[in-house]
Design a protein around this ligand. Structure first.
Ligand SMILES: O=C(O)CCC(=O)C(=O)O
Length: 360
């Protein structure tokens, strides 16, 4: 089956995308060579040895938020958000057993036969299963299948999300909410901006759990798990497993001729937090929504589970007025967040930076 499928063309599209077999189905069919559709142009490939491991991302102990070191912790968070845009947190309040269960349930979901996953292929309001990012328009596909679950309320989640992962995904949403809110509150206060609880809730009112599955790849040097992109949201929480492969761009160490990419190492029990485009806009560019990408590996499959915390679709976002006043310039225009999302989800990863759409 695989040898006939690796011929390019509609049969590959039908098998992987339309019928919902995904890249996992293709690998399981006995694939030994990467089809052309997955071969990235040289400048998009990820060379492990070329990526820098310094400076390292900061790891922050969130239990210290409740003690005398509160201000120092917020400063460390703000510094990481201003420089790399990424940091890791421990003692975050999400139980460690839950992190293990999340990874197990992601494997459980993706190891099901295609017909069980394909029921979530149609874009319903609650769940979306798919492969790559925008396979209908991408020239080169990402080596990744995913299932995204939009949170509206507990009852909807329990009714509509896949039974293989709904309870743990819901618990992930519940137990991380307070942490995200405290980080966001600290980051905004650090800017000298006062917002009430309602506004904070609006900035992270739209929440989605996203499980990614990257099967082992016969030619990792030719492919990417996820192409370079920044996240559209306010703050992303990301759980990665022990395999590793997530890289972020260090703008401070990069030039157009030489980009510096830093690997974010897996730390058992830690969660990764990164700034998204919405927070870069609100902070008038003070906090960095860093580009990142994911390498594939030949040795084992990898899973990661993200929560994208983003503003409500109808929220009007723009740089905080206090910052525009103190900076003397608005670097982004005000927009209804849905407008931004549409722009973001219209073009493949690796293309023009979405933030340009909001820049002045
Ligand atoms: O798998 C990862 O480590 C990152 C995934 C990611 O960047 C995304 O889902 O947008």
């Amino acid at each position: 089956m695989a040898s006939s499928l690796i011929k390019e063309g509609s049969s590959l599209f039908n098998f992987v995308v339309k019928e919902g077999n995904g890249i996992k189905g293709l690998v399981d069919s006995g694939l030994t060579v990467v089809p052309c559709r997955y071969i990235q142009p040289p400048h998009q490939r990820i060379h492990k040895q070329k990526s820098s491991s310094t400076p390292e991302t900061t790891t922050i102990d969130l239990s210290q938020l409740d003690g005398p070191n509160h201000d120092q912790v917020i400063k460390a968070i703000a510094h990481a958000a201003e420089t790399l845009g990424f940091f890791q947190v421990v003692n975050h309040g999400v139980p460690l057993e839950l992190l293990d269960s999340l990874k197990e349930s992601a494997h459980r979901f993706f190891s099901q036969p295609t017909e069980k996953k394909a029921v979530y292929q149609k874009d319903t309001s609650f769940v979306r299963y798919g492969t790559s990012f925008l396979p209908e328009i991408e020239e080169t596909w990402e080596w990744k299948d995913y299932v995204g679950m939009l949170y509206t309320n507990d009852a909807d989640a329990l009714e509509f999300w896949p039974k293989e992962c709904k309870e743990v995904a819901l618990e992930y949403i519940r137990t991380s909410k307070e942490m995200v809110k405290r980080i966001l509150q600290g980051l905004i206060a650090n800017l000298g901006v006062k917002v009430d609880d309602l506004a904070l809730d609006t900035f992270m009112g739209d929440r989605k759990v996203h499980m990614n599955f990257y099967p082992a790849c016969p030619n990792p040097e030719l492919t990417v798990g996820v192409g370079r992109h920044s996240d559209w949201d306010t703050l992303t929480v990301l759980l990665q497993d022990h395999v590793g492969g997530l890289y972020m761009k260090n703008d401070e160490g990069s030039s157009p001729e030489h980009e510096e990419w830093i690997e974010i190492p897996p730390i058992h029990g830690a969660l990764i937090i990164n700034v998204g485009d919405a927070l870069q806009i609100m902070s008038n560019g003070r906090y960095k929504s860093a580009e990142h990408k994911v390498r594939t590996t030949s040795t084992s499959s990898r899973v990661s589970i993200a929560i994208f915390n983003s503003p409500d679709d109808m929220a009007k976002i723009g740089p905080f007025r206090e910052l525009v006043a103190s900076d003397g310039v608005a670097r982004y225009r005000d927009l209804i967040f849905q407008e931004y999302k549409h722009k973001y989800f219209d073009k493949p990863h690796g293309g023009e930076k979405s933030l340009d759409f909001a820049s002045i």
